[in-house]
Design a protein around this ligand. Structure first.
Ligand code: CTP
Length: 429
């Protein structure tokens, strides 16, 4: 019996896939199809696969061509699969020509002609073309513009800014006065005091909104904006890029799964000496608060804000929280420099992310016996912005909330901002 194996993502299964599977099957008697897992696709740079792994497996199964379906999860798995299954022929489309010649050592490698004129990428782009307008006065918009190019079906169409630091020539060409009229969705990175009106205005005119955290500086206003979005069936998402870094979402899952036992303390530090036009607390606190609220919830018993400023300029803020069974603290600011690490301490061990933890591709879980320590590495592309844009466009398309940040977390972040600006529970040093 001649055994054949082939691999692919098979997103939005199309005629090109079916032709390939048919020809692969015809090469032998038994066909194994490897469908790539979402995580593995991410590391290969395919970030906006639209269907889940289960949906893609089902689609391949429904063709009735495959005798067996497996999941491809890691680099180097092909060799393992070929050996384990006594494969005679490995085959893929000619777009991969030469890339798998190294497998000749284990079996015959055949590249089949790719079907012209059809690809998942094209179908994804046809399905939706979300025109994204950027609003704000931050050089960060340049990054968002560059990252948007990796997201099929999302196109920056308009820009509203006063800032000369938007140096990107392509982006400057998008400049318009009435950005909202020219877009389906809006991304906002402006002074936090402007967020409420900008978000409300966008939602009232039927646009989806992705806004840098904090959504507003007042809890009630943030609640109002989310309920307005719900009422109008629009997506309102808070942007904190760290929430979309693979390492960060994995560590949340590992900790919730009990890897370090019960959480007793979380300490997050984010500082820089790059002063921005707005308060350091707005710049950094949402990121630092993220692991605390996502892991311990938002029902803390007590908090104290300790603050240092110089002639009204926000330099440094420390916030200490007391929860039922745990404590937490953040140190943030644009006028003090510290080690930007995250430490989550538990009853069995602790999780450590070195500086700068908010854009990490790596963390460690450490135990009393250092032989038990484990290190975790993940791919981080575009500081998480790319994945955040993918989540935003998927949410628009599916009409479902697909945020890595809980609603309660967004509300609690706005409440902290409100307390800071109304000077509640605050001490000055
Ligand atoms: N394939 C093909 N003809 C096409 C598209 C894909 O023969 N028009 C083959 C690929 O060469 C591969 C398999 O189908 O062997 C699975 O391809 P996959 O990467 O899932 O599909 P693409 O449409 O190429 O996806 P994308 O646009 O995301 O790269």
């Amino acid at each position: 019996m001649v055994k054949v194996i082939t691999y692919g993502t098979y997103d939005l299964l199309h005629y090109g896939h079916i032709r390939l599977l048919e020809r692969a099957k015809a090469l032998g008697d038994y066909l194994i199809v490897g469908v790539t897992a979402d995580d593995f696709d991410k590391t290969r740079g395919k970030i906006n696969v639209q269907q889940s792994l289960m949906e893609r497996i089902e689609a391949v199964q429904n063709t009735g061509i495959a005798d067996e379906i497996i999941v491809e999860e890691y680099e180097g798995q092909k060799i393992d699969d070929i050996r384990k299954n006594n494969i005679d022929i490995f085959t893929v489309g000619s777009d991969w020509k030469g890339k798998f010649d190294y497998l000749n050592e284990y079996c015959q490698v055949i590249y089949l002609d790719r079907t012209e004129g059809v690809s998942s990428t094209e179908i994804r782009a046809e399905n939706r073309e979300i025109e994204l307008g950027l609003i704000g006065d931050s050089a960060f918009l340049n990054k968002v513009f560059e990252e948007s190019k990796y997201v099929n079906g999302l196109k920056v169409s308009a820009l509203q800014t006063k800032k000369s630091s938007i140096m990107n020539k392509e982006l400057r060409k998008c400049s318009r006065n009435r950005v909202i009229d020219d877009s389906d969705a809006i991304y906002i990175r402006s002074k936090p005091t402007l967020h409420y009106n900008q978000i409300k205005n966008a939602l009232m005119t039927g646009k989806h909104v992705l806004c840098e955290s904090p959504i507003s500086l007042n809890m009630k206003q943030t609640e109002e904006l989310f309920s307005l979005a719900r009422e109008k069936k629009l997506v309102l998402m808070e942007a904190i890029k760290t929430a979309y870094a693979t390492a960060f979402s994995r560590l949340i899952l590992l900790i919730k799964g009990g890897k370090i036992g019960d959480i007793v303390s979380i300490d997050a530090t984010c500082t820089s000496l790059n002063k921005t036009d707005w308060h350091g607390i707005c710049e950094w606190a949402p990121t630092a608060l993220l692991p605390i609220f996502e892991l311990l919830g938002t029902n803390f018993e007590k908090k104290i804000i300790t603050h240092l400023d110089e002639n009204g300029v926000d330099l440094f803020t420390k916030i200490d929280f007391v929860f039922d069974n745990a404590v937490a603290s953040i140190k943030v600011g644009d006028g003090v420099k510290s080690e930007g690490e995250l430490i989550i301490s538990g009853t069995k061990g602790y999780l450590y992310i070195p500086a700068p933890w908010w854009k990490t591709d790596y963390f460690e879980i450490r135990y009393e016996n250092s032989n038990d320590n484990q290190r975790y590495f993940y791919q981080l592309d575009g500081e998480g912005i790319r994945y955040e844009l993918v989540a935003f466009s998927r949410a628009i398309e599916s009409g479902k909330v697909i945020s890595n940040i809980k609603y309660e977390t967004s509300i609690a972040i706005s409440k902290i901002m409100e307390d800071y600006f109304t000077k509640k529970d605050i001490k000055y040093i």
